[in-house]
Design a binder for this molecule. Sequence first.
Ligand code: MTE
Length: 320
Amino acid sequence: MLITSRKSWELSDADATPEAVYRDRRRFLKLGVGLAAGMAAGPLFAPRSGLAAPSENKIKDILQSKYRILEKATERDKFLNYTNFYEFATSRDQIVERAEAFATRPWTVEVAGEVKHAGTYDVDDLLRPNRREERIYRHRCVETWSMIVPWVGVPLADVVKRLEPTSKARYVAFETLHDPERMPGQKRPVLEWPYVEGLRLDEALNPLTVLAVGAYGETLAPQNGAPIRLVVPWKYGFKGIKSIVRITFTETEPPTSWNRSSPDEYGFYANVNPDVSHPRWSQAKERLIGDFFKRRTLKFNGYGEEVAHLYQNMDLSKFF
Ligand code: MTE
């Protein structure tokens, strides 16, 4: 396996902020003033103007969930272009271009393992009983950049409950499509393919955990993990596995791609934690894409009230 010393998503601060914002102090000052004015006026999040435009990708009848960060969402263009998806490419410039023609219908998800309703489901059937919800979450990459993303999806807990795990199930494992013809990045052994991730069952059942099918009111773009991806907002972004084709309920902790690749650097849990440094950099601060100043990283990415109880009596520097 090829392990490069620096992954493309392990960026320096200068890389992580768009150059124009990083370098242009005048623009920064303008942003600062805008931010202050926005705060005085109340909640900062306002749908991007692009959302109003008619689009065949628009998702209808979205429920506004109570899980909304009251901060302005990251520009949609940044979300679409500043992306990580090694199955297409390790370089950001190539991901969007190579993913553009990726067909995401028809799409099936196999459900396997310790579960009553194992089988192969059409992705739309799997999610059909749920109304789509918007969840405006912080999205924190392990390499210290962050965004605020209005995801659209369904609670994973609802899907898990419908599938009825057996009493033996303690974990849920996820797998991305493995098809090097359609995902040319898989022709190179950058990671062991397919990309795999996992959660403890109680993490999967937490109300914050979402299977996302869209963002910014529209269906996901291929580069962001269409047609279905995981979103676990209190964990580093790499837990958010994209383009899922298999969900397996297991008795034992499943392997995860980055842990397999660099076990000393990436753990199974990957909870956002400013007190536990990555071996090569601090996690105390982050730069929100579009901001000039760094901000303090919050434990559990700010979602401690909802999730800290899941890790009581666990040494989080050991279970990182
Ligand atoms: N899922 C797969 N299958 N392949 C990947 O390379 N990258 C991960 C995660 N999910 C990745 C993946 C990483 S490192 C991050 S930070 C997030 O996706 C980025 O999600 P975004 O590009 O939608 O912001």
